[in-house]
Each structure stands twice: as structure tokens, then as C-alpha cells.
Ligand binder design. Structure first.
Ligand code: UT7
Length: 332
């Protein structure tokens, strides 16, 4: 039998740009109101970059904080995985820009496109390198500048998204009392038409026509995504709990993708989670796509809900569709 090494998250850093976009700001931009946004989605404000600030800039700030927390130098990092749907540019990979700006000499890396599940997927990809013994220190980042692909005249999407980044360092766990335990991932391409950005890729390269047709912005059928999110997120979490002989009430911290307060509550109810175990910070950040889960981990720490050995369930659903559920024991 092959023995594998369990990976643990040994440090976490997050960063959001300082500028706020509040519901009051949005009321002046589109036909919306604070009451609707709070009741239907649960967002009060989001952080938005200034012009010229890219995804790699947010990722680097978050990474610096994670490295400082662990007392590591950038050159200690062996690989960088950046989960994002808003790379600085189609190529080179944002991971290369992060490597250079951070000064992570000798590291290799790549980007992972998994939309709102990108942080969970990156975490598992990184964990495999730890498991085989190939690497000992991996930087796993979820970062998005959603404001770069949002149409701020479309009230159906512009109230939802924000910008942000989170970075976790993965290292071998000392023993099985901490670290990543199990995961279930699934993609369902039949949901692609409900959340996507059609322009700028090889199918519809950027042109005057694609710009005029606003194909460089996010398009979403919110209700379709909502229904799928509640059903599928619950299903994967339930399967993961069952095969690890756990109940919802055993979870110390449920850290889900922050897309809609109502999706989180519906999932939490169906899983039988303790209300105090459910981590929600959507009110302050909105939906930052790949960054929501690490940002919510930071919130859980702030609220004193993560301690060494805490049993944590991560969950995500996003464009693709992509779905993920991860079970772990917190390591610091
Ligand atoms: O992170 C990626 C995954 N994404 C998600 O998980 C998003 C899932 N979907 C959602 O969170 C919700 O579907 C939305 C927040 C996007 C929309 O909420 P909803 O409750 O599904 O609203 P709806 O689209 O059914 O629209 C209800 C009403 C409509 O008006 P009528 O037709 O009933 O008169 C909309 O035109 O709300 C209207 N509406 C708004 N009103 C004020 C839609 N957007 C707005 C708005 N402000 N911003």
C-alpha cells in the first residue's frame, strides 16, 4: 500500500482593496435599492480596485500576509497555484506575475480556472503535490477582480460582485490530527449557459462587435444558478459527511462560497448545521468569486471559530457548473 502525506493549511493571508462600493452608491448607478439587495442577496458593501490594480496585485498582498504569519520567505515557496476567472491577462499565467512580484525565486506555478470553486480545486491540486512528497510548501491563492468583467449598468449582476484575494500555505501535516481529510468535486458543463462571459476567448475573440454586444461582461441566469447551488452543494456536503461517518452537527465551522445569504442558509438548514458554525461575511465583501472561501476563513478566525483541530467543511458552487466540498481539521 502506498502511504501518502496529508496536507495542512499552515497559514492564511487575505487582502481586499480599500475602496468601497456601497448599496447607496449602486442606488445612484442603477434601478436598485438597499432593501432589495439586503433581502435577496445579503450584501451591504463590496471592495473595488482602483484603475490599474490587477488580480496579481491583490494576490501578492494576500500572499505576503500568509508568508509573514508563518515566518517564511517568498523563496521558501516551491509552487504557486492561482485560482481565478479574472487573470491579469489571458497569458502569461497570473501565477507567473505573482512569482515575480513576490520574489518567489525558483517556484513554478500555474492558474486554475474553476470560477467560484477555484480555491477548493486549487487546494486539492496543491494537496496532491504534498501527498506524493513532491513539494513541501505550496502557495494556494483565490483572487478575483470581478469589477473588471461587470457591467455597471446591469442591476442583475452589478450588485453582487466584489474584488478580493486570499492565500493559504500548504505544508505536510505533522500527523492526522490536522489537515485535509477528504473532498468531493464535480463539474456539470450543462450549466455553462447560466453563468458565463462569452467574449474575449477563442470562440469570440475581442472585436468591436463583441464589445458592442457587451460580451466581455458576466452574464447570469440567477434563478437557475440559485436552484442548482442549493441542491448540489447540499448533495456533495451530505455525501462527504456520510462517507466520513459525520453529522452536520459535528461541524465546528461551515465555510461556504459567499454568493447569496439565502443559498448559505438553505444549505445550512438542509445539512443540520449548528447556526453558530455557519460562517457568513457576504454583507461586507459581496461575491469575490475565488476569494470568498479564504476571506470567510479569515472571518471565522476573527470570530474565534477556528482553533487547532476544529472540524471544517468548505463548500462551493460556481460557473461551469463547478461544485466542491472539502473536509479538514484546522491546523493553527
Ligand atoms: O457565485 C457564482 C454563483 N452565483 C450564484 O450563486 C447566484 C445565484 N443567484 C442569486 O443569488 C439570485 O438569483 C440573484 C441575487 C442573482 C437574484 O435574486 P432573485 O431573488 O433570484 O431575483 P430574480 O432574478 O428572480 O428577480 C426578482 C425581481 C425581478 O423583478 P420582477 O420581474 O419580479 O418585477 C427583477 O427584475 O427582482 C428584480 N431585480 C432587482 N430589483 C432591484 C433583479 N435585480 C434587482 C436589483 N435591484 N439589483
Amino acid at each position: 500500500m502506498t502511504t501518502t502525506i496529508r496536507a495542512k493549511i499552515s497559514a492564511l493571508g487575505t487582502y481586499v482593496p480599500p475602496r468601497l462600493l456601497t448599496n447607496a452608491d449602486l442606488e445612484r448607478m442603477v434601478d436598485t435599492n438597499n432593501e432589495w439587495i439586503m433581502a435577496r442577496v445579503g450584501i451591504r458593501e463590496r471592495h473595488i480596485v482602483d484603475k490599474g490594480v490587477a488580480t496579481s496585485d491583490l494576490a501578492v498582498e494576500a500572499s505576503k500576509r500568509a508568508l509573514a504569519q508563518r515566518g517564511l520567505a517568498p523563496s521558501d515557496i516551491e509552487a504557486i497555484i492561482v485560482g481565478t476567472v479574472t487573470p491579469d491577462m489571458p497569458f502569461p499565467a497570473t501565477a507567473c506575475m505573482v512569482q515575480q512580484k513576490l520574489g518567489a525565486k525558483g517556484a513554478w506555478g500555474f492558474d486554475l480556472s474553476g470560477a467560484c470553486s477555484a480555491f477548493l480545486y486549487s487546494l486539492q491540486v496543491g494537496a496532491q503535490f504534498i501527498a506524493t512528497g513532491a513539494h513541501k510548501r505550496i502557495l494556494v491563492i483565490g483572487a478575483d477582480v470581478m469589477s473588471s468583467i461587470i457591467d455597471y449598468t446591469d442591476r442583475a449582476t452589478c450588485v453582487i460582485f466584489g474584488d478580493g484575494a486570499g492565500a493559504a500555505i500548504l505544508e505536510p501535516a505533522e500527523d492526522d490530527s490536522v489537515g485535509l481529510i477528504d473532498y468531493i468535486h464535480e463539474v456539470d458543463g450543462s450549466g455553462g449557459e447560466f453563468l458565463y462571459m462569452p467574449g474575449g476567448g477563442s470562440l469570440h475573440p475581442a472585436s468591436k462587435d463583441t464589445i458592442e454586444r457587451k460580451m466581455h461582461y458576466v452574464r447570469q441566469d440567477g434563478q437557475q444558478v440559485f436552484k442548482f447551488a442549493v441542491r448540489k452543494q447540499t448533495e456533495l456536503c451530505q455525501k462527504l459527511l456520510e462517507r466520513n461517518r459525520l453529522k452536520g452537527s459535528d461541524i465546528d465551522a461551515f465555510i461556504p462560497h459567499q454568493a447569496n445569504q439565502r443559498i448559505i442558509s438553505a444549505t445550512a438548514d438542509r445539512l443540520g448545521l449548528r447556526p453558530e458554525a455557519v460562517i457568513v461575511n457576504i454583507e461586507r465583501y459581496g461575491n469575490t468569486t475565488a476569494a470568498t472561501v479564504p476571506l470567510a476563513m479569515a472571518t471565522a478566525i476573527e470570530e474565534g471559530k477556528l482553533k487547532k483541530g476544529s472540524l471544517v467543511l468548505l463548500a462551493s458552487v460556481g460557473a461551469g457548473f463547478t461544485v466542491g466540498a472539502t473536509l479538514l481539521r484546522w491546523a493553527f
